[in-house]
Design a protein around this ligand. Sequence first.
Ligand SMILES: [Zn+2]
Length: 70
Amino acid sequence: MNKQPPKEYQCKHGHGKGILLVDIETESIPKLDTHGNWQYYCLNEQHVFSVRPADIKLQEEEEQKVTSLV
Ligand SMILES: [Zn+2]
């Protein structure tokens, strides 16, 4: 599986927006932790958090539900 992570993701601690950490040299390959999770940097509280690809899929499905209700 070669899934691409979103550039931004809501901090799981409720701080707001986090940005995807990528390899400095390529500026496109996402950084992974030892579990293969994507790494995000929380802009408001300035800490790194990891996101499992499976969790991102769940968030996308929830956003689609909200949109369909409007
Ligand atoms: Zn945070």
